[in-house]
Design a binder for this molecule. Structure first.
Ligand code: CDP
Ligand code: CDP
Length: 225
């Protein structure tokens, strides 16, 4: 699997990682790893089981025993469709609490590597380029201003019929960013060899085409290269 191509996309909340990963993967016919969904599912499962989210060993046991699968863009935990619960901002906050624990990150490590399948993978999260796929041939560090990100997340939730308040969202995302950057276990940071992209003023298509152009420059990688 070491020679299966991987593109990593890391960055803060609502910077557009998931959307960009999906678009790039679609253009290349690659698989996608939404690593945040694994931390979200862990937070959700632990909280449902009444486990203290600050107890790293107990949460790691939950992570190691997760019965999680993805099908047609939906996520299932113990056969229950948890896709909507996963996207809630409250679940994002739970995810960032469980994500500080090294044993939790270790428990999810191999699961993430297993997503690396032919013809290639686009992986998004916080530590894809720094910890999980450190040898990836293309690493992107995506960012956008906090105001832009709060507005994007607001529109995204409202469009799904989920009530939201833009001021609360901004406070939540800043709290989450601070925790993700400040933790000692795989903090949110750009890999030294990452391309940094601020997409505040970009459309999704512009960001996608830029990443595809970077990929072309590094290739060829298989038939699409
Ligand atoms: O995965 P992440 O939390 O980084 O963000 P996302 O869920 O991919 O994107 C958050 C929202 O921003 C989505 O509704 C995207 O459609 C939107 N977005 C945008 O409007 N313009 C961009 N250039 C990128 C994302
Ligand atoms: O979509 P959004 O950027 O809001 O969040 P996400 O990517 O689903 O991640 C939720 C939380 O999981 C983040 O705030 C991080 O604390 C954690 N996470 C992580 O620590 N490492 C990853 N590779 C992905 C997510």
């Amino acid at each position: 699997p070491e020679d299966i191509p991987v593109i990593t996309i890391d960055g803060p909340t609502a910077s557009g990682k998931g959307t960009l990963a999906d678009e790039v993967a679609r253009a290349l016919g690659y698989w996608v790893l939404d690593s945040g969904a694994l931390y979200r599912a862990t937070g959700l499962a632990a909280s449902r089981a009444g486990v203290d989210l600050d107890d790293g060993a107990a949460v790691a046991a939950v992570a190691a025993g997760l019965d999680l699968h993805f099908e047609d863009g939906r996520a299932f935990l113990d056969e229950e469709d948890i896709s909507d619960a996963l996207r809630q901002e409250a679940t994002g906050l739970m995810a960032s609490r469980v994500a500080v624990h090294l044993p939790v990150r270790a428990a999810l490590h191999q699961l993430q590597l297993d997503f690396r399948r032919l013809p290639g993978l686009v992986a998004d999260g916080r530590d894809m380029g720094t910890a999980i796929f450190p040898a990836a041939p293309l690493k992107v560090f995506l960012s956008a201003s906090a105001a832009t990100r709060a507005e994007r997340r607001y529109k995204q939730l409202i469009s799904k019929g989920i009530p939201a308040n833009i001021e609360d969202l901004r406070a939540d995302l800043e709290a989450r960013d601070a925790r993700d950057k400040g933790r000692s276990a795989s903090p949110l940071q750009a890999a030294p060899d990452a391309f940094t992209l601020d997409n505040s003023a970009q459309t999704i298509e512009e960001s996608r085409d830029l990443v595809l152009a970077w990929w072309q420059e590094r290739g060829p990688f298989g038939p699409q290269g």
